[in-house]
Design a protein around this ligand. Structure first.
Ligand SMILES: [Zn+2]
Length: 123
């Protein structure tokens, strides 16, 4: 826990580096999209919990909601265009729905399966 989280960090040269916090969605390594805060658990715990589940990130499940709200972010790619209002704010009641790790409807294993077949075929 020696690592202190902060939006802006000064690099070794004293140059201001804008660094996005890592996205809370499991497996997401996006570093360029804008970030969205979690819904405030004090106002809408139900929606907040949907976000936590959508992220599929165990770390979040063991974390106090208040702390997630303060420190965690979800990146822009997990939202549909119609989820976002004109000022880049999320519309009410929106839950991240794209590029999520869940095994809900479409299994995303098609590509992986193809790769396996390809490897077997080559060897
Ligand atoms: Zn992300």
């Amino acid at each position: 826990m020696a690592y202190r989280q902060s939006n802006r960090q000064y690099g070794a040269e004293g140059k201001l580096m804008v660094r996005y916090r890592s996205c809370s969605v499991m497996g997401c390594e996006d570093k360029f999209s804008s970030r969205h805060r979690f819904p405030n658990p004090a106002n809408n715990l139900d929606l907040f919990q949907k976000w936590v589940l959508a992220c599929g990130n165990e770390e979040l499940i063991n974390m106090p909601p208040e702390q997630i709200f303060r420190t965690k972010r979800v990146c822009h790619i997990h939202f549909k265009e119609c989820d976002i209002g004109s000022n880049m704010l999320l519309n009410r009641g929106i839950v991240p729905s794209l590029f999520l790790p869940t095994i809900t409807d479409e299994p995303r294993s098609t590509l992986a399966t193809d790769n396996v077949v390809l490897i077997l075929f080559r060897s």
